[in-house]
Design a protein around this ligand. Structure first.
Ligand code: GLN
Ligand code: ZN
Length: 768
């Protein structure tokens, strides 16, 4: 039974990679210094994994920006516009210009598109294919790192280079024009993979890992055909080296038959996300005499200690069925998605910390499992004892909250009256004009505000001083909004660094780590909170700021909260109870805050749920249960209010067309949603589906510094008014404004309110 790993975090324990990249981009260091940092991180990662006793250690899992972009460079998939920048002389600058765009010396080339890596919070650079896309071996990174790893690990047998497999690589990309199907490029692509694999073989490597996460999706017939073709070719032309096909993020048993006539030497399955697949996989494997099965049993996406008893059961079942020699054990996926080392956390309560495990600890867990299999039952016992002990600890368990959740009734998740009745009451009470204008919540976060929060956090500023300062920002932002003549105002969110962190720090049962960084994209890292116990609200979280803001204006002030699904989605979630229970607990805490805001006189409350779309399971068969609990959670948080209190929600990304029914089921009075980048593409969905409540399809793209004109925003409102009843339309930007500069925001919002006024003049009469 060999132990291996699919990938190790590459940002460095002190986020060295981030710092080095940013210094390089701002020309503070040269590329030699940058490469030196990369090399140090790789060396350290290999040494750690080697010391921990892994039998196979990944290589080429390091990346300066993104491993999918690395693949594009390896395969020569470089759009013409980047190649033709004559001032770029080396691959690393070419690489970064693809990732970040190139605006210098009169050039203005946009960055390549970025999107989410499956259902994780990691983002990759989308490969872009031409109709006649040619592939070649362009970058030598993988060979270079291979040589390096040989020096560190001393034994070439331990090295396992990692590549994204050809089918998943094509799947992750997009066609530049509509005249062809990306999957048809497989015939051009496979020969290059064969070449690469054979080059690697020449170095004496025994195993190579080809990641094919496409295997866990609902594959189309075409994708299946392409998959079979690709791996038949690869098995025909690559021998003398073992190929480990890895699947992760869900089960792959639905697609196991694709491997029927393919002679890869190993297959890796994800038993954390789907342990039920084991049965079917084993029956496939018992018909194969040599193929190795790699069991993904350590959770590479969460930070909890492994449950050894559970893992041992899976291993033993597999041994019984195919024998010990045909098994490997590993984390289910790359450890890219977890922080590096729990030993760098100094302020987490010991009882909680004892149950946690980051990347380095997870590697050692494989060792423990091996020892247990070899007969050391003490390790098993102490693990079981540790996990059970916390079952009785008041740090994790709160009976009152647990009971509250079981007592949630249908009435609790139902507004008092139907939307039509609520709408009438709200219109009568608010006297808002047609096409009311508002923003999504945040306003520019200047350096001054960030340093203010920092000083306060470091206790270099007293609470009174801090509060006074925040108040002055609020007063200022209200004045600006009044000058712009917006209809529903916000307080600006200046007291929040991050929309999830702010609430997680105030809720019981959630903690923030000191150094638990995880790569989100490129040099950007996030520090997800840890939901470790039963969650409850101790005190008001936003009421004071919101009420202060309301007291400064006669206009309506919108309260601003983060929704339960988003808090959950952007945190590490406890794994000792169903996710729905955790969601309902958070939802109940948000509900209490909503009610407290209402009681304090706030009449409009927004519950942001930007992460609802990204939490969607990879397989369609699992969508229903996801929507069941996520919609219920939102409704728990939002349905306690009176008819006259208006609930808003906000979502980023406009790809909602396939889930609109579910969005409607949230029953928010108003939803604001991204739409301007796609020129109201969103509204297409309304040909088949009638969205019943009010909606503000974003009319200006906040992701760009561009100031949209009155006319173009008016045109978008007009487009919306053809598809939606005009009394249901709101006018607002696509998303929060915190990343923008004040000057851009003021001009854009000024144009936006003008466009709304124009709509009141020109569109109302023509529809009446
Ligand atoms: N209210 C938040 C803001 O404006 C919403 C952020 C988001 O949609 N991601 O910043
Ligand atoms: Zn948004």
């Amino acid at each position: 039974m060999l132990k291996h790993n699919l990938g190790y975090p590459r940002i460095g324990i002190q986020r060295e990679l981030k710092k080095a990249c940013e210094a390089y981009w701002s020309k503070k260091i040269d590329y030699n210094a940058l490469f030196e940092v990369g090399k140090k991180i790789r060396d350290k990662n290999w040494k750690i994994q080697n010391k921990a006793g892994l039998d196979l250690i990944p290589c080429n899992d390091f990346s300066f920006y993104d491993h999918v972009l690395d693949m594009s460079l390896l395969l020569g998939v470089i759009p013409e516009s980047y190649i033709s920048i004559p001032v770029i002389h080396n691959n690393i600058d070419l690489y970064f210009s693809m990732a970040r765009g190139f605006q210098k010396n009169g050039w203005d080339i946009k960055a390549m598109e970025m999107t989410k890596w499956f259902n994780t919070n990691y983002h990759y650079i989308v490969p872009e294919f031409d109709k006649n896309q040619k592939f070649s071996i362009f970058s030598k990174k993988i060979f270079y790192e291979l040589e390096e790893s040989k020096k560190i690990l001393k034994s070439v047998k331990k090295i396992k280079p990692v590549l994204i497999g050809p089918v998943s690589y094509l799947f992750l990309g997009k066609e530049k024009e509509k005249s062809f199907h990306k999957m048809d490029l497989i015939e051009n692509l496979v020969p290059i993979y064969i070449k690469i694999i054979n080059e690697i073989k020449k170095k004496g490597v025994h195993w190579i890992q080809l990641d094919e996460p496409i295997l866990v999706l609902d594959m189309s017939e075409k994708e299946k055909k392409v998959f079979k073709y690709a791996y038949k070719e690869i098995s025909k032309f690559c021998y003398g080296i073992n190929i480990m096909l890895t699947s992760y993020f869900d089960g792959m048993s639905e697609n196991i038959d694709l491997l029927q006539d393919i002679s890869v030497q190993g297959v890796h399955i994800d038993l954390v996300e789907d342990s039920n697949q084991l049965e079917k996989i084993l029956s496939f494997f018992s018909g194969k005499s040599k193929m190795i099965l790699s069991l993904g049993i350590i959770d590479g996406r969460n930070i909890w200690k492994n449950n050894y008893a559970d893992s041992i059961r899976k291993i033993e079942k597999t041994i019984e069925s195919i024998g010990e020699n045909r098994i490997m054990i590993a984390p289910n996926c790359s450890l890219l998605h977890v922080p590096i080392d729990i030993e760098y956390e100094n302020s987490i309560h010991m009882e909680i910390k004892n149950r946690m495990s980051f990347a380095k600890q997870k590697i050692y867990e494989l060792n423990d499992l091996e020892k247990i299999i070899k007969g050391d039952k003490r390790i098993l016992l102490s693990n079981s004892y540790l996990l059970e002990k916390s079952f009785f600890s008041s740090i994790f368990y709160d009976k009152k909250i647990k009971e509250k959740i079981t007592k949630i009734t249908n009435q609790d998740i139902q507004r008092e009256n139907h939307f039509h009745i609520r709408q009438k009451k709200q219109k009568k009470k608010f006297h808002l004009p047609m096409f009311p204008t508002t923003t999504i919540g945040s306003f520019p976060q200047t350096r001054e505000i960030r340093s203010l929060r920092n000083l306060f956090r470091k206790k270099k500023l007293s609470e009174e001083e801090y509060n006074e300062k925040i108040k002055s920002f609020i007063i200022d932002v209200i004045k600006k909004q009044e000058e712009i003549d917006l209809d529903v105002l916000v307080h600006g969110e200046f007291e929040r660094t991050d929309m999830v962190e702010y609430f997680s720090e105030k809720l019981k049962g959630i903690l923030s780590t000191e150094n638990g960084w995880v790569q989100s994209y490129g040099s950007r890292c996030v520090k997800p909170p840890v939901i470790y116990g039963d969650v409850s609200r101790i005190d008001d979280m936003t009421v004071e700021w919101t009420c202060f803001a309301q007291s400064q204006t006669k206009k309506l002030m919108k309260g601003m909260l983060t929704g339960p699904v988003t808090i959950l989605q952007w945190s590490f979630v406890r794994n000792d109870q169903p996710i729905s229970h955790t969601a309902y607990q958070i939802a109940w805490a948000i509900r209490e805050e909503v009610l407290s805001l209402e009681k304090s006189g706030i009449q409009i409350i927004q519950i942001d749920e930007p992460a609802i779309r990204e939490g969607l399971p990879l397989k369609k068969k699992n969508w229903k249960s996801y929507f069941d609990w996520s919609i219920k959670a939102f409704r728990i948080s939002s349905c306690g209010v009176k008819d006259e209190t208006q609930i808003h929600t906000h979502m980023c990304y406009s790809e909602f067309n396939d889930i609109f029914q579910h969005i409607a089921d949230l029953d928010a009075d108003v939803i604001t949603i991204e739409s301007s980048r796609s020129k109201m593409e969103l509204l297409k969905a309304f040909s088949d589906f009638y969205y019943p409540n009010e909606m503000g399809p974003g009319v200006y793209d906040i992701h760009s510094p561009r100031i949209p004109s009155v006319e173009e925003m008016f045109d978008l409102i007009k487009k919306a008014s053809i598809k939606l009843p005009i009394e249901n339309i709101w006018v607002n930007p696509d998303c929060g404004l915190k990343t923008r500069k004040w000057q851009e925001v003021l001009s854009s919002l000024y144009n936006m309110t003008k466009a709304a006024k124009m709509a009141r003049l020109k569109l109302i009469n023509s529809y009446k």
